[in-house]
Ligand binder design. Structure first.
Ligand SMILES: Cc1cc2nc3c(=O)[nH]c(=O)nc-3n(C[C@H](O)[C@H](O)[C@H](O)COP(=O)(O)OP(=O)(O)OC[C@H]3O[C@@H](n4cnc5c(N)ncnc54)[C@H](O)[C@@H]3O)c2cc1C
Length: 434
């Protein structure tokens, strides 16, 4: 008996979770597990952590840039809690109020959408604060997303009003990264429910003051390391060695990692990697690109630091010291065009929007070809939960990633939520009870 108790104590001390993938989902799982006293080791295939949300030094520009502009809203509760935990909330910046400046490239018209801070949208009663060309009744069309058929698209549900072309369509394309005639309106509803419906106080835009890694990645790693967490970079897991439905080892080019009895796994890799490691796992199959174009030039950031565009190719302009970055979502349609062609087309729009003159400055075009899964009905049905019983998920493993069944589109908020769900699942598993 004394021996058994000692054995149990040893197992409790060595209780260890192996996290595969150091994107936001893996890091968020690791934070919760480490906070609960678990020993955490992260294996990341790339030379740096962060996955699709990271900064890097770009040789062509001689500057550090983000892989793509990322915008958060103050109502993104999971993301805010994550930033608070790692002490990085202050690393985010923005206008400090809900404010979304827009320009129509076709007409030159400019307007700013500024929802008032409260939950009741009094501001829509004031014609001068409405989107130009929209009617009061257009704003009530939003509720259609709540009660429409579960497979209805954004275009079917919201299309046909002045508000759609100049606000809802651009918001849907950026939030869902999918053409609106394919994008599920119920996923757009999830975004609206967590932001606009909570009032302007939940819609304050936030961007990293320095870079994505400085806000989301580096402080998380420091927080984990201070609690004994380990990070192995350039360590790809190519195979899960499984016996009697329990993962016993992680095999890869860097060698074999033993997973002793009682250890657990969080699999937080992109869907195409997850389905390679667990072939029976259902995963989204179609993806959409996001194109970011970074011009090395100074420009006036205005009061918001960004500008939404309609009526052209460019969709959002983000202005940082020395860099003007453009985001184009749902960008599979642009993948056949060369980077030079895209940069030249978009530069003409940027000049008009920011009143810039002169030749095109040094530029880097970043095409994330599989930036997110396409938010379609087909893919939605293929998003697994953290431990999908239907395909015989290994007993000591949980799945995380923005593509799992979070109820949200593929976003920072969804990725962080998925990591927390996977961690909670493992901590509730009987094998985890210390
Ligand atoms: C250009 C762009 C712009 C975006 N803009 C926004 C935005 O404005 N707002 C927003 O909320 N969201 C935005 N997103 C989405 C957001 O970045 C993602 O939802 C989030 O980063 C996904 O995190 P993840 O951990 O689920 O996946 P990933 O970031 O893909 O992490 C998976 C990790 O697993 C690693 N890995 C892969 N295979 C292996 C292996 N075999 N072994 C070990 N490790 C492995 C990968 O290298 C990666 O680090 C944007 C995404 C892109 C690409």
């Amino acid at each position: 008996m004394a021996q058994a108790a000692a054995g149990a104590a040893v197992r409790a001390v060595s209780r260890h979770v192996h996290v595969i993938g150091a994107g936001l989902a893996g890091l968020s799982a690791a934070l919760d597990l480490a906070a609960a006293g678990r020993r955490v080791t992260i294996y990341e295939a790339g030379p740096a952590a962060g996955g699709r949300c990271r900064s890097y030094f770009d040789k062509a520009l001689g500057a550090r840039i983000d892989n793509g502009n990322h915008l958060l809203l103050s109502g993104n509760a999971e993301a805010m809690a994550y930033l608070d935990r790692i002490g990085a909330r202050d690393s985010m910046t923005g206008p400090g109020v809900a404010q979304f400046p827009f320009m129509d490239l076709a007409t030159g018209e400019r307007w700013t959408v500024s929802p008032g801070p409260g939950r009741v949208p009094w501001w829509v009663l004031d014609r001068s604060r409405r989107v130009p060309g929209s009617k009061l009744t257009d704003y009530f069309t939003l509720i259609r997303m709540r009660f429409g058929p579960p497979d209805a698209t954004v275009a079917e549900t919201l299309g046909g009003t002045g508000l759609y072309d100049r606000l809802l369509e651009p918001l849907a394309i950026s939030a869902l990264n999918t053409p609106p005639d394919q994008a599920l309106s119920k996923l757009m509803w999830a975004v609206v429910e967590g932001s606009l419906l909570k009032g302007g106080a939940a819609c304050i835009p936030l961007v990293p003051r320095v870079g994505l890694s400085e806000s989301f990645i580096d402080p998380a790693i420091a927080w984990l390391q201070a609690r004994g967490g380990q990070m192995h970079l350039s360590h790809r897991v190519a195979e899960l060695e499984t016996r009697r439905n329990i993962v016993m080892g992680l095999r890869g080019p860097e060698g074999m990692v033993d997973v002793p009895d009682g250890d657990q796994i969080v699999l937080a890799v992109p869907p195409w990697v997850a389905s390679g490691l667990l072939p029976a796992l259902p995963t989204p199959r179609d993806f959409e690109a996001i194109v970011n174009i970074h011009y090395q030039i100074e420009a006036d950031a205005g009061s918001a630091g960004f500008l939404g565009l309609v009526g052209g190719i460019a969709e959002w302009i983000f202005i940082k010291p020395g860099i003007v970055s453009i985001t184009i979502s749902a960008a599979n349609r642009l993948l056949e065009r060369s980077p030079d062609e895209i940069a030249t087309l978009v530069w003409a729009e940027v000049q008009r929007a920011l009143n810039l003159t002169g030749a095109m400055p040094p530029v880097r075009v970043v095409r994330e070809k599989r930036a997110t899964f396409a938010a379609t009905a087909y893919n939605e049905a293929r998003r697994p939960g953290p431990r999908p019983a239907s395909f015989g998920c290994p007993d000591n493993l949980a799945i995380a990633g923005d593509w799992t069944a979070t109820g949200l589109p593929a976003t920072i908020e969804g990725a962080i939520k998925s990591g927390r769900t996977a961690a909670a699942c493992l901590m509730q598993a009987p094998s985890m009870a210390a």
